[in-house]
Every structure is written in structure tokens, then in C-alpha cells.
Design a protein around this ligand. Structure first.
Ligand code: NAD
Length: 260
């Protein structure tokens, strides 16, 4: 039997990351879950994935706000499962405010988690992937990596930066059997989206229902939130050999948002 592949999915205790972790476990990969929630809260999820798909799953609470946390996550994954074959840089946070009121510490936190953590994790993963001549790096960017919306200066800057990192590393490792791609979701119904509705309502002087209809889904021609299952399915495909020629790509899953 060939050795199971190992996947690290950052920010996978919830939302899109969890959907991706589930899709990779369903492909028979061992998975390292990561997030900031307490172990006791995530244990049923961890155990459920392991049982359902017959793979090994661990949960690592490494805080990816600083480089040491990212290195600890990657080192811990290798110690438990051996080399990391698939790295999904998904952890991200959002803050919504006009530029003149945007808190400095929110700017820094969003840059740290949504962009720098992907840099440090990629830097840690690439040498082993090069040695083995195979690897998959999948960065969860956003439609906001391709276009902007007001009041999201840090998020839009970080996601545009993540696409730059994706393309650069894709070129650097193109001959090493490693692909590096970005998935650019539109609005996906997750806790991250749910949490920003009251902030957006305040910033724009709207009700929460108006925000959903006139701000969020106004941008999405399908008028539907994308699902975590749809993002997971694409990530799982990018992790296959059939996806070997897809690299350096920014792949929208946005119901047509960025076609406009
Ligand atoms: P979410 O809030 O549901 O989950 C965020 C995850 O990140 C959680 O697992 C949380 O524990 C983890 N996390 C938060 N701070 C962390 C830290 N300091 N260290 C380690 N982990 C940390 O979010 P989501 O909506 O699933 O978003 C996941 C990614 O997808 C983000 O990068 C987000 O920007 C991107 N995205 C989301 C949407 C959407 O509509 N939900 C759209 C486009 C892009």
C-alpha cells in the first residue's frame, strides 16, 4: 500500500478550512487541523473525520499570527505524520471599517494571518516537497484578491498580496513537481461572513438584511452563497495528479462576481 499523503490545512476548525480538510480526508489523506478554538471544542470534529474516513487526524492550536507559531505547526505535522505533501493556507480574519478609522492593530493582524502566515508556511514546506519532487500548495485568497470593495483595506491588500505570493512561488517550483494555486471564493456562508454583517451594517448605515441582499449577494450574480463543499471539492482536485498543469492560477468560485 502506498503511504498516505499528509495535508496541513490552516484555520480548519471552522468554515472553509474545515470543508477542505473534510474533502482531503475523504481522498484518504492524513490531516492536520488548525485553529484557535480549545481542543475540547474541536475534538468531536477531529474524531468524526478520523472515523468517517479511516485516516489519522490531529488538531494543532498553533497561533499563526506570528512566524514561530507557523513553524511550530509545520514541525509538529512532520513529527507526527512525516513530510507535508499538501499545504492549504486558509486561516484568515476580516475587519470592516473606513480607512480613516481602520485600527492599526487590525491592519497588522490581518497582514500577519492572511498573508505572512502563508509565506512562512510555504517557506517551511517547499524544501521537503522539492526533495520528494511532489507537492501541492493551495492558498485560499478571495474575490477580494482580484477586485476591491470599500472598507476592507487590510483584507483586500492581504488577498492581493497572497495572489502575488502564489504566482511567484509557482514559478520558482514549477520544475519540481509542485503546484501553487489560489482559490478565490466569493461569499461563502461561514462564521467569518456572518460576523462581518453587523460591522458592515454599521459602516454603511444599513440593516443586516439590507447588507445580505444589497451588499453581499449584490456582487454575486448567482444570488447564492458558495458552499464550503464546493471549495473543498476544488481543493481536493488541485491536490491530484490530474491537476499537475494547473499552477500559478487564481481560480474564482464566486458565482460570477469577478466576471462583471
Ligand atoms: P472562519 O472564521 O469560519 O474560520 C477561520 C479559521 O481561522 C478558524 O479555523 C479559526 O480558528 C482560524 N484562525 C483564526 N485566527 C487564527 C490564528 N491566529 N491562528 C490560527 N488559526 C486562526 O472563516 P472562513 O470564512 O472559513 O474563511 C477561511 C478563509 O477563506 C479566510 O482566509 C477567508 O479570508 C477566506 N474567504 C472566505 C470567504 C467567505 O465568504 N467566507 C470568502 C472569500 C475568502
Amino acid at each position: 500500500m502506498t503511504k498516505r499523503k499528509t495535508a496541513v490545512v490552516t484555520g480548519s476548525s471552522s468554515g472553509i478550512g474545515l470543508g477542505i480538510a473534510q474533502a482531503l480526508a475523504a481522498k484518504g489523506m492524513n490531516v492536520v487541523l488548525n485553529g484557535i478554538e480549545p481542543e475540547v471544542q474541536i475534538e468531536p470534529i477531529r474524531a468524526g473525520l478520523a472515523t468517517e474516513f479511516g485516516v489519522d487526524v490531529i488538531y494543532d492550536r498553533a497561533n499563526l499570527m506570528d512566524p514561530a507559531g507557523v513553524v511550530a505547526l509545520m514541525t509538529g505535522a512532520e513529527a507526527r505524520f512525516g513530510p507535508v505533501d499538501v499545504l492549504v493556507n486558509n486561516a484568515g480574519i476580516q475587519h470592516v471599517a473606513p480607512i480613516e478609522d481602520f485600527p492599526d492593530e487590525k491592519w497588522q493582524a490581518i497582514l500577519n494571518l492572511n498573508l505572512s502566515a502563508a509565506f512562512f508556511a510555504t517557506k517551511a514546506a517547499v524544501p521537503g516537497m522539492k526533495t520528494r519532487g511532489w507537492g501541492r500548495i493551495i492558498n485560499i485568497a478571495s474575490a477580494h484578491g482580484l477586485v476591491a470593495s470599500p472598507y476592507k483595506s487590510a483584507y483586500v491588500a492581504a488577498k492581493h498580496g497572497l495572489l502575488g505570493l502564489t504566482k511567484t512561488v509557482a514559478l520558482e517550483v514549477a520544475e519540481n513537481g509542485i503546484t501553487v494555486n489560489a482559490i478565490c471564493p466569493g461569499y461563502v456562508w461561514t462564521p467569518l461572513v456572518e460576523k462581518q454583517i453587523p460591522e458592515t451594517a454599521k459602516a454603511r448605515g444599513m440593516t443586516e438584511e439590507e447588507v445580505k441582499r444589497d451588499v453581499l449577494l449584490a456582487a454575486q450574480p448567482t444570488k447564492k452563497f458558495a458552499t464550503v463543499g464546493q471549495i473543498g471539492a476544488l481543493a481536493a482536485f488541485l491536490a491530484t495528479d490530474d491537476a499537475a498543469s494547473i499552477t500559478g492560477a487564481a481560480l474564482p468560485v464566486d458565482g460570477g462576481w469577478t466576471a462583471q
